[in-house]
Ligand binder design. Structure first.
Ligand SMILES: *[C@@H]1O[C@H](CO)[C@@H](O)[C@H](O)[C@H]1NC(C)=O
Ligand SMILES: *[C@@H]1O[C@H](CO)[C@@H](O)[C@H](O)[C@H]1NC(C)=O
Ligand SMILES: *[C@@H]1O[C@H](CO)[C@@H](O)[C@H](O)[C@H]1NC(C)=O
Ligand SMILES: *[C@@H]1O[C@H](CO)[C@@H](O)[C@H](O)[C@H]1NC(C)=O
Ligand SMILES: *[C@@H]1O[C@H](CO)[C@@H](O)[C@H](O)[C@H]1NC(C)=O
Ligand SMILES: *[C@@H]1O[C@H](CO)[C@@H](O)[C@H](O)[C@H]1NC(C)=O
Length: 502
């Protein structure tokens, strides 16, 4: 069974992310399903609501066979930002892979060294399937792409749009794949013998090459005696066994964790993030492995709650600790209230193992939850009056700020100070008197149940119909009433957009 799992982040389209590395969500993805020896149709359209997940079964015809080049790539596009995970199941074999959105793809990839596995071969031959070597799957994007396989001598292959190239990988290489357009690269094996003549697929999505030094911390929870670290960079490739005294790999390239039946791309410290999501694979044991700085364990949340009695294991000689949590809900949001961390997803079905780096929803921490779009506090240009200030903010898709009891007003004040930098002395806020009743009301219709009037304020009805706030130091953001036609700066606001935690 082949499937892709789609998760919609929010029904509001946010294109604010200038940095394409910030999360694993996007609008466009290409996926392939490598041949799975162990053992959808046409154009499908799905509509998801915010935070909703949908598993879509994929036509078996999409399973890659032994052809070098095929057109069996599945293109997934979405009007809003989604994350995508692929899953391949046959008999007792299960593998999942994180599908990167196209802006995160690269033009250069370092190929991991292949581990020695009993029952596989180093000979490039397609004859006996289960004795084949490891394979690479290079998927082109929208355009025709020239892919260079870094063998001796180098080999160039031209792929048309959304084609897949399979390359067999021997001990001796290739060491790198480069392309003139961004490509996706998967690495794996169709059938590594595990026991008693049964086998399972191995597969992982590679991260594009990096030209600076990366630090990979290996959580002890992912490790067994048979674990090997597959490290590749521009200069060398290394296979190392795991040493609990040095759980840190530093390289300018990529690092993978291998253990029989399981291949996992490790998350470098530079890509740690604040919010991840994990979707269970049904009917199987599912876990999250969390890696965080040892002084920041209190900030870890799963959904709305802190972790229950976590057992933190130290990564010797580093500042990091890790823990493993059983994942019970179909969808769990793992986030940190103030810092970044790493989260892996893994599971097992009997002896079959699967897993992938958990998809990043947000790299920026927010104490309120999993941040999709940060809040905006903007001190606007002087407007002719209160009414003009309301319009000024609306034109920027913001609202003249409301400071009712339902908001964290202390926090908004802090953000105003930051946005203002002492330049503005007073500003309009989103409160005024009703001309009928004379009662004060907030623009966002929340009740006026907590106020911050200055001493002696507000004055009589005829002294002013609109509320103004002081930003002078020492005045504690106190409010007073003012003639609505005074030309003052507005404080415009938009609350943060958060991913649903439940
Ligand atoms: C493999 O077969 C042997 C003998 O039939 C059996 O004892 C063992 O439990 C099997 N191993 C697994 C992992 O199924
Ligand atoms: C790897 O080396 C090649 C040739 O020296 C160079 O062109 C390329 O930029 C390097 N890549 C990275 C990611 O350092
Ligand atoms: C590896 O990274 C370091 C630090 O960023 C840099 O000085 C060095 O040139 C890099 N080496 C290669 C081969 O890219
Ligand atoms: C004020 O009203 C809001 C919204 O109904 C509510 O969340 C808040 O708890 C109230 N605060 C007080 C002090 O009554
Ligand atoms: C209000 O915001 C501050 C951060 O500015 C935070 O420390 C505090 O916990 C928040 N209070 C509530 C009730 O959420
Ligand atoms: C704040 O204002 C000061 C003095 O006008 C200026 O030097 C500084 O760069 C400003 N900082 C920011 C973050 O705008």
């Amino acid at each position: 069974m082949w499937s892709v799992l789609l998760l919609l982040l929010a029904a509001r389209n946010s294109d604010s992310s200038a940095d394409p590395r910030v999360d694993d969500a996007g609008h466009r993805f290409v996926v392939v399903f490598p041949e799975n020896i162990a053992s959808h149709s046409g154009n499908q359209q799905e509509t998801l609501s915010a935070g909703q997940t949908k598993e879509i079964l994929v036509d078996e015809e999409l399973e890659l066979r032994k052809n070098q080049i095929s057109s069996k790539a599945l293109l997934i596009t979405s009007t809003e930002k989604i994350t995508v995970r692929s899953c391949s199941r046959k008999l007792n074999s299960v593998q999942t892979a994180l599908v990167l959105p196209t802006p995160q793809l690269g033009k250069e990839y370092f190929i991991p060294p292949v581990p020695q596995i009993q029952g596989t071969t180093d000979q490039v031959s397609l004859e006996v399937t289960e004795r084949r070597p490891f394979s690479l799957f290079v998927i082109s994007g929208k355009q025709q792409t020239t892919v260079t396989i870094g063998e001796v001598p180098p080999r160039e292959v031209v792929l048309q749009s959304q084609q897949v190239l399979q390359v067999l990988v021997q001990q001796a290489g290739p060491r790198a794949v480069t392309a003139d357009q961004p490509v996706a690269v998967l690495f794996g094996h169709a059938c590594t013998i595990r026991y008693n003549c049964t086998c399972g697929i191995l597969q992982t999505t590679l991260s594009p090459a990096s030209d600076h030094k990366l630090r990979f911390f290996i959580p002890p929870f992912l490790v067994t005696d048979e674990t090997r670290l597959l490290i590749s960079s521009n200069e060398s490739t290394t296979i190392r066994s795991f040493d609990p005294d040095s759980p840190l790999v530093e390289t300018n390239g990529t690092a993978l964790l291998y253990r029989p039946g399981f291949l996992l791309t490790l998350i470098p410290e530079a890509h740690f993030a604040s919010c991840y999501v994990i979707n269970r694979v049904k009917d199987m044991q599912n876990f999250a492995v969390i890696l965080v700085h040892k002084h920041l364990t209190d900030g870890v949340r799963i959904g709305n709650d802190p972790l229950e009695n976590p057992v933190w294991q130290e990564l010797r000689g580093t500042e990091f600790v890790s823990t493993q949590v059983k994942v019970i809900l179909d969808k769990s949001v793992l986030w940190h209230t103030s810092h970044k961390m790493a989260v892996y997803f893994h599971g097992n079905y009997g002896a079959a193992l699967f897993g992938n780096p958990a998809p990043v929803i947000s790299s920026t921490a927010d104490f309120r939850g999993c941040l999709l779009e940060p809040e905006v506090v903007h001190i606007g240009d002087v407007a002719a009056g209160w009414r003009e200030s309301v319009k000024y903010c609306r034109d920027k898709d913001l609202q003249l700020v409301s400071l009712s009891g339902s908001h964290n007003v202390t926090h908004i004040y802090q953000e105003m100070v930051r946005a203002n930098n002492h330049s503005v002395q007073e500003a309009w806020i989103g409160m005024r008197r009703s001309s009928q009743s004379g009662e004060w009301y907030w623009l966002d219709n929340e009740p006026v149940n907590t106020t911050n009037w200055k001493d002696g304020e507000p004055g009589a009805v005829n002294e002013g119909q609109c509320a103004i706030m002081s930003l002078r130091s020492g005045e504690e953001f106190g409010w007073s009433d003012q003639d609505c036609c005074k030309a003052v700066h507005p404080v415009c606001y938009r609350p943060p957009l958060l991913f649903p935690l439940g």
